[in-house]
Design a protein around this ligand. Sequence first.
Ligand code: DUC
Ligand code: ZN
Ligand code: ZN
Ligand code: ZN
Length: 460
Amino acid sequence: MPLLIKNGRIITASEDMVADILIEGEIITAIGRNLPAGNAKVIDAEGLLVLPGGIDPHVHLDMPFMGTFSSDSYETGTRAALHGGTTMVIDFILQKQGDTLQHALQEWQSRADGTAVGDYSFHMAVTDFNEDTKKEISHFVENEGITSFKTFMAYKGALMIDDRQMVGLMEEVKRCGGLVTVHATNGDMIDYLIAKHRAEGKLAPLYHYLSQPEVTEAEASERFAAMSRYTGCPGYIVHLTCEGALNAVREAAKCNQHVFVETCIQYLLLDASLYEKDFEGAKWVMSPPLREKKDQETLWAGINQGLVNVVATDHCPFMWEQKLMGKEDFSKIPNGHPAIEHRYELLFSEGVNKGRITANKFVEVACTNPAKIFGMFPRKGTIGVGSDADIVLLDPNEEHTITAAGHHMNVDYSAYEGWKLKGKVKTVLLRGQVAVEDGACKVQKGYGRFIRRNKVKDHI
Ligand code: DUC
Ligand code: ZN
Ligand code: ZN
Ligand code: ZN
């Protein structure tokens, strides 16, 4: 049966208007004033904002990492995402060093296929670039619909590639029409600092933070931008946290260079004082670590300057028992924090409702830019005729409080326990189906679909 959303205030990255939306099947087929209901089921959105479904392009579900697995499966993670207004995520496949990209893809498909509740795609993380891997790149772009390739400049011995591999990969990805994304921190410097702190008996979570100073990120970001400029390959820096790294991007822009920038909600809202809470600080042990207030200011400004294009999460949850693996040694605390469910509402509450960004900018960084950068626009990331009907009805004034007891992620603490938010997701549609209503998920495990992505551009 068609659906008609009536009387809502529709906000896209560029528009703000009161109109009705007609949905037939999975698609939006008309937008206008006073559309006739016909045989459609009517959803009254009076007083609500009608927004595109969120896209979180940086999550780690069911990921083998640091001797364990991140605790959200594709089922629990994408369901939690839907509860919070995020209708699509992009996860990371990790190549095993010495093995093929194709084997890694199969392994990830076996965990995600038939399991996801919300829509998803994959980035392919290339951890071992060589003559064999090189031959696989075009297949991913042309046949698998996977057009972004993730790299790590840190985590030596497991995930890191060196600059020789980076430049080679960039040349090949450019040739094939893809994008190279990067975890840009100087892995050798970080390994040195970790070893030094451990040798000195400095083992608390605070030393995780002190082992990854701002300069490690600024330096790697600058180096990545230089290699992107040299090869002409579009680049995207994931989870950028700090002033030094954003200034490296700003400098690159002065030479007409353009790399896309993603930050994550935690770097906008939380700061490194949380590491002073003894072992409780392990809840926020992630890489890169939380930074300073001045970095938060830089990132909010960067969003408004158009330098920061995307707000994601790097959602990588671990149960408290898993975090305890590092009780005696910060370097063994699994890195990552849970946020997939709360990014959208946190950014709305702290960003739009506190006057830091406009509602249009909110849509741009939480929905539209991820779709554009990663080759899914205009099917995803906006509200338009012909787009997938991925729609969030949000009450901009309703207040609520984040608690671990009330969230849907498979993790036994919240990184935002007790945070009071203004602005609540009320109804979520995914491809024309009511996916969340009155706090309940209405679609089943397996409803989520793998979304094939197009080749990418170096501009949005
Ligand atoms: N950082 C994290 O905190 N977790 C997963 C991987 C990463 O780079
Ligand atoms: Zn294999
Ligand atoms: Zn990372
Ligand atoms: Zn990550």
